[in-house]
Design a protein around this ligand. Structure first.
Ligand code: TMP
Length: 203
């Protein structure tokens, strides 16, 4: 049996990636999933990770994200792909490099080594970065009830965005960058062009 496709959407908060990831999965009868939090263990990890009133160090935050990812890869992503079904994930390993590495300043080499430990060879076929300016994201987000990451300052989100762009530029064979500031239809068309390019057109 051939292995399913594995496509990941990345971007700063309010980049529109969750809506697009769900659409792509629905149109292809693929398994939609997300990080952090799409396993029973992950539900608890996500609650702690997003709770702005529960401070934790950047390293602790990194390790909890990686625990979520390791469990997610082993119990959801890998088994689905091995069964021949496809997976569309809203965030994966690049979120830790961008947010905890570039954003919080955790050592990038150590984070990469820990990521390898967490996911082994479970790599996406392509990662689609929906890139938007931080000011545009800020306008889209609710101003009250912001979580730990949404309440971080503009400079943090600028570092995360720059980190994503650096990751994409360093590995053009596995990354595509799409302007996420356009309207839903325009962004959808650009995403469909990428998926057709990797041989996974919509139905
Ligand atoms: P979400 O809003 O896409 O559900 O993600 C929740 C927050 O978690 C988001 O602000 C990004 C953050 N995050 C990290 O900081 N590192 C990670 O590795 C992941 C997966 C998410």
């Amino acid at each position: 049996m051939s292995r399913g496709r594995f496509v990941v959407f990345e971007g700063i908060d309010a980049s529109g990636k969750s809506t697009q990831a769900r659409r792509v999965a629905d149109e292809r009868a693929a398994r939609f999933t997300f990080e952090p939090g799409d396993t029973p263990l992950g539900v608890d990890l996500r609650r702690w990770l997003l709770d702005a009133s529960a401070p934790m160090s950047p390293v602790t935050e990194s390790l909890l994200m990686l625990a979520d990812r390791s469990h997610h890869a082993a119990t959801v992503i890998e088994p689905t792909l091995a069964a021949g079904d496809s997976v569309v994930s809203d965030r994966y390993w690049a979120s830790s490099i961008a947010y905890q590495g570039y954003g919080r300043g955790v050592d990038l080499a150590l984070l990469r080594a820990a990521t390898e430990l967490a996911i082994g060879a479970c790599q996406p076929d392509v990662t689609i970065l929906l890139d938007i300016p931080v000011e545009v994201a800020d306008e889209r987000r609710l101003r009250d009830h912001r979580d730990r990451f949404e309440s971080a300052d503009v400079a943090f989100h600028e570092r995360v965005r720059a980190g994503y762009l650096e990751l994409a530029a360093a590995d053009p064979a596995h990354w595509r960058v799409i302007d996420g500031a356009g309207d839903y239809e325009t962004v959808s068309v650009a995403i469909e062009a990428v998926l057709a390019e990797i041989g996974w057109p919509g139905g």
